[in-house]
Design a protein around this ligand. Sequence first.
Ligand SMILES: [Fe+2]
Ligand SMILES: [Fe+2]
Length: 475
Amino acid sequence: MSAINYSEKIPNNVNLAEDRTLQRALEQWQPNFINWWDDMGPEGTTDHEVYLRTAVSVDPQGWAQFGHVKMRDYRWGIFLNPGDSERQVHFGDHKGEKAWQDVPGEHRANLRRIIVTQGDTEPASVEQQRHLGLTAPSMYDLRNLFQINVEEGRHLWAMVYLLHKHFGRDGREEAEALLQRNSGDADNPRILGAFNEKTPDWLAFFMFTYFTDRDGKFQLAALTESAFDPLARTTKFMLTEEAHHMFVGESGVSRVIQRTCQVMNELKTDEPAKVRAAGAIDLGTIQRYLNFHYSVTIDLFGADQSSNAATFYSSGLKGRYEEGKRSDDHVLKGQTYKVLEVQNGQLVEKEVPMLNALNEVLRDDFIKDSVAGVERWNKVIDKAGLSHRLKVPHKAFHRQIGALAGIKVSPDGRPVSEAEWAAKEAEWLPTAEDRAFVASLMGRCVEPGQFAHWIAPPAMGINRQPIDFEYVRFG
Ligand SMILES: [Fe+2]
Ligand SMILES: [Fe+2]
């Protein structure tokens, strides 16, 4: 692989052309990445030319270049946001020291773990979404799916860059392992639970990109605060791409709701069976999907009390969301935070040391952010003149991780018996029948400008192109 023009093939601002060690590591890894993409990436798309946004630099002109490209030829770049040589650690025990350009030996294992855990989610979501192209509701949506897929691929590259550049041989081994674990694989699954769930249909995809990509936003935002400067700068750039993923989720669910309300008004009915018979997704099913994706996603923040979270913060590896905008001492010793636990069958708040509750702090920030978009969905229903409202469930509902795992709580936050749970579960979480109904609506609808019946067209196209633009050329 001699005489590769690195800045052409791999757009970057990390001086790859002069870094022989990094070149060698990437040359080894890149063919395995392409094999992974061919095997586990979007199914049956080798010859498609997709109207994709490619980042070629971090300045405003360069980070969003549009054009038709084959996805396996996508220029997966490596970008760090511009650095500040005076940057200081601004929280934890190292507060006020100079930010680190290299990995301090004592934090090496924890930093590697953080980077690997983040890196593992990126290819996982590509694997989860690999069949969705076969049932796309429009060419516009198909293109958005592929855009997300290539960007998650680039996020994997971003984490692999850090592993190759800063972690030597064990970093290279971890980078290989990121291609070997697979979502849902019984023997070698992805690290985090939500990334081993299926994303079987487009309603699930929109909920996933609304909620689970938003988990990505909060994890990345917490890492942009890191004392390890290359991690902070890499994740900052990843956040610019994450915004699009959440847009796809929010607008996707919004368009589903819009069509449902239109059908309800045309038929003057709120009966789920009639809405379904007319080929739209009833609001009850949308609510159950919301309940599922929300509860699975808030588990991703980890146990409500965690000594790892305290260590990551105090050692400067991972901050809070918008750490720099907070007005406390940024050390947090002696401060407390409220978490939930069950006492005598009731949910009660308990004050615990804030350092140990930082997963809960981040989860609560996520909850505030995700509720705002659900209110925007409600405006769509409101505008249609209907009184139904969607709602995120209580944070104790359907939890698998932390103190709330193993207890049964209703969506409105009431601890319930096993018997009540069993009787009500079908009202609260998607049933096999709900999923089969949604699956029955999923057909491939990919002529330019055509949209499946169950979803409204978007308000506008991509990059000011018309809605009926040929976003994907099938080869
Ligand atoms: Fe990502
Ligand atoms: Fe994402």
